[in-house]
Design a protein around this ligand. Structure first.
Ligand SMILES: Nc1ncnc2c1ncn2[C@@H]1O[C@H](COP(=O)(O)OP(=O)(O)OP(=O)(O)O)[C@@H](O)[C@H]1O
Ligand SMILES: [Mg+2]
Length: 476
């Protein structure tokens, strides 16, 4: 399932509720504890202020930040702790013990007070570091390409792509061009998130002439991190297995040199966002040992990357034309084997609207198409096209992948479904999620509890997974 780096706001919410419940119960009347609870509550409110605006997270913070991951983990730990105390306190109340010292199995009320106040203080301090980071926003703004990531692959079918003939022709020409004075020819495909850089590169990679021209073709997705060792090892493995247990950078670099020596190769580095010149210079010399005619094709959203990497041949991918946008939209909503109740000829009045609003970004078109595919009446379509989501999109200069994600997120029908979606963010980028395990985790968080009616919670969980897969098809 997709990686969508949101803080699970339901956890923040639940934590805040638990603190409130405790502070207003007998527990909160324990001297020393109430003060700590209040301070911690203030801290959580500050965190919530930032993180409850789920749409802000991808824009303001890097999804790979260790501190952000830690924060998520800490929130879960704190929530579990207070959940346990709240339950314990409730049970004691039911038993009419009048006391809440059972949690630490402590007979001595004074020691108990100290212990619990310390524990709360400890939890509060745990949040100090992330709070500082949030305040000063130490991480660079997140690149669009980091929001989602399942590893990209080189496979494609010719029907995958609409338009782009000129760009593909131009890249093919560049690939066949002799190296000239360059040690290694670098070709950059640049454009905003979701515009089709990977799709175009795939078409080129699979072109028959390209296949005939190069001895080796290699596809490496570098979206997670520009890690020289990982890239070197991936390339080595693509050229034959690597049996050397030694994996120092030097050994890997030499392995790379040996394997590439004298070969005419095409290497695609997909989704580069890292702007570090230093890392690139560590890798570049070892990619140069191939024969004349070796080429590196890279895709990136950032023109700074192309400057740092000193790429001379650039292809800027612009928006799809109005006609191509409409063809793509139609091909996704009105599949040949499908009888969609909305008649295509009745769509002329909305055609311009859809195309204009998606701004020729294929990912946006896909997202809108997938959404409208499930809307079965014309009034639903009109309601959607005139809805609030667009107001937000129109304020953004580049309609990019973030907007597409925001779109899907905001249109998840139920609050509980949003919670379940947000919860997926605790998984790491590229990590596979086992469906049943995820449903169990949702159940443990009580996300499915109030929806069950007569239905089994597992069945609702299954429906939720399917709903998320449907709505999020473009970044799974
Ligand atoms: N010309 C096109 N015709 C049909 N579908 C397209 C076209 N271009 C892109 N797509 C589809 O749109 C989606 C986004 O495209 P792609 O992943 O290539 O964008 P990208 O520019 O590489 O994005 P990112 O910067 O996030 O890596 C993909 O599902 C892709 O198959
Ligand atoms: Mg891409």
């Amino acid at each position: 399932m997709a990686q969508f780096e949101l803080i699970p706001y339901s956890v923040v919410e639940s934590l805040e509720n638990n603190l409130y419940r405790l502070a207003s119960s007998d527990f909160g009347r324990i001297p020393g504890v109430v003060n700590e609870l209040r301070k911690l509550h203030n801290t959580i409110v500050r965190i919530r202020a930032v993180f409850l605006d789920a749409n802000e997270i991808p824009k303001r913070y890097s999804s790979t930040s260790v501190w952000l991951r830690n924060l998520k983990y800490q929130l879960l730990v704190a929530d579990d702790f207070f959940d346990e105390i709240a339950t314990e306190s409730l049970q004691l109340k039911r038993l009419d013990c009048g006391k809440v010292c059972g949690f630490f199995s402590c007979k001595n009320g004074f020691v108990f007070r100290i212990q619990i106040a310390r524990k709360i203080e400890e939890i509060r301090k745990m949040f100090q570091d992330p709070l500082k980071k949030m305040k000063f926003n130490l991480d660079p703004p997140v690149s669009e390409s980091m929001i989602y990531r399942k590893k990209t692959h080189s496979y494609c079918s010719p029907t995958d792509i609409i338009g782009r003939e000129d760009e593909i022709r131009e890249i093919l020409r560049m690939l066949r061009q002799p190296d000239g004075t360059h040690n290694v020819s670098l070709i950059g495909v640049v454009g905003i998130g979701g515009i089709g850089k990977t799709a175009v590169s795939r078409m080129v990679y699979n072109d028959r002439q390209v296949n005939d021209f190069f001895q080796f073709r290699m596809w490496v997705d570098v979206s997670d991190d520009f890690d020289v060792k990982i890239i070197a090892k991936t390339i080595i493995n693509l050229l034959g297995s690597w049996s050397n247990p030694e994996e120092s950078l030097e050994i890997l670099q030499n392995g790379l040199r040996e394997r590439l020596d004298g070969k005419r190769y095409l290497l695609v580095l997909d989704n580069i966002w890292n702007e570090s010149q230093e890392k690139w210079t560590q890798l570049k010399p070892y990619l140069m040992c191939g024969a004349q005619g070796r080429k590196i094709l890279l895709t990136t959203c950032s023109t700074k990357v192309t400057e740092v990497m000193e790429i001379s041949s650039l292809i800027h991918l612009k928006s799809l034309t109005e006609e191509d946008s409409w063809s793509l939209f139609k091909s996704l909503v009105f599949r040949e084997d499908d009888n969609h109740p909305i008649l295509i000829h009745s769509l002329e009045p909305v055609r311009k609207k859809i195309v204009k609003k998606c701004r020729g970004v294929p990912l946006a078109i896909q997202t809108v198409a997938r959404f409208l595919y499930f809307k079965r009446t014309e009034s639903d379509w009109i309601e959607f096209l005139e809805g609030d989501f667009w107001k937000r999109g129109e304020q953004i200069d580049d309609f990019n992948i973030i907007s597409s994600l925001e779109f899907s997120y905001q249109h998840l029908s139920a609050h509980q479904l949003q919670q379940c979606f947000a919860y997926c963010s605790i998984y790491l980028t590229g990590q596979e999620i086992e469906k049943n395990e995820l449903i169990q985790l949702w159940m443990a968080q009580d996300y499915l509890k109030y929806l069950s009616g007569g239905q089994e919670m597992e069945d609702i969980g299954n429906e939720f997974v399917n709903a998320l897969l449907n709505i999020g098809g473009s970044w799974q």
